[in-house]
Write a new protein. Sequence first.
Length: 366
Amino acid sequence: MQLGKSFRILQKPSAEDVPASVTDFLVQLGGPAVIKLDGRDKRRCRFVVTLLHGNEPSGLKAIHQLLREDFEPEVDTYLAIVSVEAALTEPQFSNRYLPDQRDMNRLFAPPYSDAQAMLAAELLDIIRRVEPEAVIDLHNTSGDGPAFAVAVEEQPIHMDIAILFTHRLIITDIRLGALMESPGLGCPIVTIECGGAAQALSDTIARQGLKRFMTEAELARPMLPDSEKLAERDIYRHPVRMELKPAGRLCYAEEPCPGMDITLPLHLDRRNFGIVGPDSPLAWLSGQGIRNLRVVDAHGHDVIDEYFVSREGKLYPRTFLKLFMVTTNPSIAVSDCIFYAVKEVDHTHLQTTRRTLDSIDSGARD
């Protein structure tokens, strides 16, 4: 199937014209697309991006359902659906990106040297042109786990947006070329990780959170009286990435794999947002295992000795950590990272009086 390589700008289709299946909806789009929904207030707009990765469909499913419901947002809303070709390539919704492509969410910074990067630049141009008051980027995690949000700035508006989906917000100073890092857009950008693609709860979080994002009259909401429900807030700062060095070899198994530098448990993603400490073994290591791992901070430095230690053939934390984005996909572990971590000393738990929100991720709380 030959699909379009640049964005089609579409007006909202009638509910009757939206196919019943998500797959048929993507086929109908024919490639990357931006769909405009007219809102009650046409003086302002908001922007939603999803499917930057073809194997992360919760945001797409949410958009598809809202279109079939003929949903009307509070303000004009633009819905960008990006990696249509990767999503439709068999096996469908299993390809993060195609073998001859790069990770789309690493291309939102110069140079824009190929067709994919030019598509990223085109999306940024569209966002700048419509001047939204906020941008959200909907994803799934590569392993099972609870929902969380990520931003590169720590302002009240970022948590106000995040809390529509989740009580967890990570403030990252790592720069990878992701959409949320893009300067000059003139508005807050928040990445929403809805949870694992195979978790039904992830689709619920995406759908209900997106409805809230599209129906709130004001995204920046004032503090309310103490009689209102207390909302949890968890803020994590200064994450680092656990990566496999180029010469390293890894596998996932329930016992050490011969010839592998690191063997990760099959269900390592159960550690997502759980606290691990110096007595928590995380993986099996060969004699040289830890030397084939690195922990990269925001400055690009390897700080593994500050975070982890090899002891009796196993990998242990040096201090209390919270892990997130733990993957059980070997290709992602090799090409991207094994997991992210933050020190518990860089975690702030708050309870603030906010407008009552329906609980949509109670099943994913710590």
